[in-house]
Ligand binder design. Structure first.
Ligand SMILES: [Zn+2]
Length: 436
């Protein structure tokens, strides 16, 4: 308790010393090195931002408005046209001054003299990256990054409607949901989630200046309970795989399957394989549908559902733009009505590679990809096939995997389920009422 108190008290001064003198190493206990007198006589804190002592300037913070340009902003800040041109030209390799965007924050550091002219222009490209254009003496520009810190976060949640709204309710970036959908792409159909399905996840999140969220890192481990079935996933670097990193269940079984469930990141089936399909347009005559249609907006990436070699990539008749891939002696897959094809015949593609985009070419009423699954030269329903699992981890990798899995599993198991936390809170409230 005392230690924490002291740390909090000492912290601003310690930071100052670290940035200024660097005499105190991190391991040293500040209590031993600083007397109250020293603390008292410390100079006032110097505020440095973007590498400048802000007190030396008049600081103006603003955002790029409609109609603004780099030239206009500087001209309004008392910089003459010739200088602006010279600045623009000389910083070009680092910073294209024409590319400033409406809504982006910028900072002007102006001279504290009668000219009140800008001397430094700082442009925030995104939460992490910024550019400093310094024309105090000679003109120089530098691309820099705000310091970022990575924090590990743990969450648990219960599905009430769909995954992304559940994350919204939790106040957690929906990107975590997308990443989780990726992890489970082969094992859980995220379009068939049930109310009451629940999950726990451990992931990294980056913060700028310790406070502004700047993006989601990797999911380290997660647990999904779908329909009462638990599926653990642990991130593990397997050097024997191209790409290396993959997710495995608690027994070391790869969560990937030999085939993806469908050719889209989020698979929504609009028409199933059906040999007895009747179509109104054809007078309700039987028109077998030997493919599975996955709906998606025009331009949605289409993924190869398994590793293989492209055998067809062309535009032809009712198929429109299509790609066909041979995976092995038994299986081939085919993808129809593409807007764009990204692969050529003879090319080797990996599972999950983007081979094209959803379009409406050929014989189709709306944007979708017709996914055709061939087994021994015949079209079959991929959802009725007993498709092979992918390779489990090699025995010699198991010790390394276990050393990663064990602590993560314990950590996952210790995260309370959201409902438990709610129950506890409710119970506490009841107890408190009783006490009153
Ligand atoms: Zn179809």
């Amino acid at each position: 308790m005392t230690r924490i108190l002291i740390f909090v008290k000492i912290k601003p001064l310690l930071l100052l010393l670290l940035s200024g003198l660097l005499t105190i190493s991190c391991g040293n206990n500040p209590e031993d090195t600083l007397t109250p007198e020293e603390i008292y006589s410390a100079p006032p804190e110097v505020v440095k931002e973007y590498g400048f002592v802000l007190d030396d300037f008049t600081v103006e913070r603003d955002t790029v408005q409609k109609g603004d340009s780099f030239g206009k902003i500087l001209f309004d800040a008392n910089v003459d046209y010739a200088t602006i041109q010279e600045i623009s030209d000389s910083v070009q390799p680092v910073f294209d001054t024409k590319r400033i965007r409406v809504g982006k924050p910028y900072v002007l550091l102006k001279a504290k003299d009668t000219t009140n002219a800008a001397q430094v222009f700082i442009y925030e490209q995104n939460k992490e990256d910024y550019v400093v254009v310094d024309f105090q003496n000679q003109i120089k520009a530098a691309a820099r990054k705000h310091p970022t810190t990575v924090y590990e976060r743990e969450i648990s949640g219960v599905i009430n409607s769909n995954l992304s709204s559940t994350f919204d309710d939790l106040g957690v970036s929906v990107n975590v949901a997308y990443k989780m959908a990726d992890v489970y792409a082969w094992t859980i159909d995220f379009f068939k989630l049930q109310k009451g399905d629940r999950f726990k996840v451990i992931y990294d999140e980056r913060f700028v200046n310790d406070s502004i969220p700047a993006g989601i890192g990797n999911i380290k481990a997660c647990l999904f309970e779908h329909n009462g079935r638990e599926v653990y996933a642990f991130r593990f670097k397997n050097d024997s795989l191209p790409g290396g990193v993959d997710y495995y269940d608690e027994t070391g079984k790869n969560l990937r399957r030999a085939f993806l469930k469908g050719p889209l990141q989020f698979n929504r089936i609009s028409s199933r394989y059906n040999l007895k399909r009747r179509i109104k347009y054809y007078g309700y005559k039987i028109r077998p549908h030997k493919g599975t249609d996955f709906a998606g907006a025009i331009g949605t990436p289409i993924l190869a559902t398994a590793d293989g070699t492209v055998t067809k990539s062309e535009r032809r008749g009712g198929n429109g733009n299509y790609v066909k891939i041979r995976h092995n002696g038994t299986y081939e897959t085919q993808y129809l009505h593409m807007q764009k094809r990204n692969v050529k015949v003879g090319e080797f593609v990996r599972q999950g590679d983007i081979i094209g985009t959803i379009g409406m070419t050929g014989n189709t009423g709306g944007p979708h990809v017709c996914y055709r699954f061939w087994k021994n030269g015949k079209q079959v329903d991929p959802f009725k096939q007993d498709l092979p699992d992918s390779e489990p981890l090699a025995t010699e990798l198991m010790p390394a995997f276990d050393s990663i899995r064990k602590p993560l599993k314990m950590q996952l198991d210790n995260i309370p389920w959201l409902s438990e936390t709610l129950d506890d809170a409710a119970e506490e409230a009841v107890n408190e009422e009783r006490l009153q």
